[in-house]
Design a protein around this ligand. Structure first.
Ligand SMILES: C[S@@+](CC[C@H](N)C(=O)[O-])C[C@H]1O[C@@H](n2cnc3c(N)ncnc32)[C@H](O)[C@@H]1O
Length: 283
């Protein structure tokens, strides 16, 4: 069997069992082939007429069966890309989202790569945000924290995978174990979905840890805690960057104002949705 035939076969299966359009199924099929064969997209297209060995077909079809059982590809592959870095992920952590790369971009545009700053990534999950920042700001010190020990262990694995010496990890319920007044930057993508939000039934979210997604007080409890407490942990002029839901920025703007922040900015994700807010602490 050649790659193209296998691609068509997988496409048919995924489209039938997952109710995908042929185009959507084709994207997933190529993704599975690229991952299993450890090749880039361009190579796959160029070599569509190459034969595939039987043992590789078996491995690929195992991925396809897992996908048909509606497991997300990230959990099937046990890794996912964030900011062009491969990160280990398990069902104990949120799958890092491309939209979250916005937070990393905002910080990269604000600070010089050579700068020596202290950055705290609160609710780090797989470590995605902090690790991408640690990889960029090699002279800076990054602290990752999460309440989940499972997440902490995955973040540690990812730090080792990328051989980053400037990152450490701590288990902490938000700020409880964090040193005060240390950080130029605090960044967080906290849980912010209300428990009755119908999106929680979306297939993509069903497999992810509930505690990474849901927050009390209509989705605001963790955001409120972070905005209220950050001023005690930021250095003068330090900045808090926070990701939030599409409809939350107005309330978050007020929370930033009420807690001594200035220069509050809202930023859009790739879909043009206001997804991140930042503010500088008044001196
Ligand atoms: C939306 S996920 C974000 C994960 C990762 N930062 C990312 O963007 O992919 C939220 C994270 O906050 C963590 N979390 C939830 N409650 C927490 C708390 N009280 N203290 C610290 N971390 C918490 C969860 O374990 C989860 O890893």
């Amino acid at each position: 069997m050649i790659i193209q035939e296998l691609n068509l076969e997988i496409r048919k299966l995924l489209s039938k069992h997952l109710d995908l359009t042929l185009r959507e199924a084709d994207i997933e099929s190529r993704f599975i082939l690229e991952h299993a064969l450890k090749v880039k997209h361009a190579y796959l297209i160029k070599n569509f007429d190459l034969p595939i060995e039987a043992n590789k077909i078996k491995k690929i079809m195992n991925f396809v069966s897992a996908r048909i059982s509606r497991k997300p590809l990230a959990y099937i592959f046990k890794e996912w890309k964030f900011y062009d870095m491969d990160l280990h992920v398990t069902p104990n952590v949120l799958i890092p989202r491309q939209d979250t790369e916005l937070l990393v971009d905002l910080i990269i545009h604000q600070y010089d790569e050579q700068e020596k700053i202290n950055i705290l990534d609160l609710g780090t999950g797989s470590g995605a945000i902090g690790i991408a920042l640690g990889n960029k700001f090699k002279n800076s010190t990054i602290l990752l924290s999460d309440i989940s020990l499972n997440a902490i262990n995955i973040a540690k694995k990812n730090i080792l995978r990328h051989k980053l010496k400037n990152i450490s990890v701590i288990q902490s319920d938000w700020f409880t174990k964090i040193p005060k007044k240390q950080f130029e930057v605090i960044v967080s993508n906290p849980p912010y979905i209300d428990k009755s939000d119908p999106h929680l039934k979306d297939e993509g979210l069903l497999h992810e840890p509930r505690e990474a997604l849901i927050s009390a007080q209509k989705g605001y409890a963790d955001i409120i805690e972070i905005i209220k407490t950050s001023p005690n942990f930021l250095k003068p002029n330090g900045t808090l960057y926070i990701e939030h839901g599409y409809n939350q920025y107005k309330k978050i703007h007020q929370l930033f104002l009420d807690n001594n922040f200035t220069k509050i900015t809202h930023n859009e994700d790739l879909n043009g949705i206001i997804r991140a807010t930042s503010g500088k602490i008044k001196i």
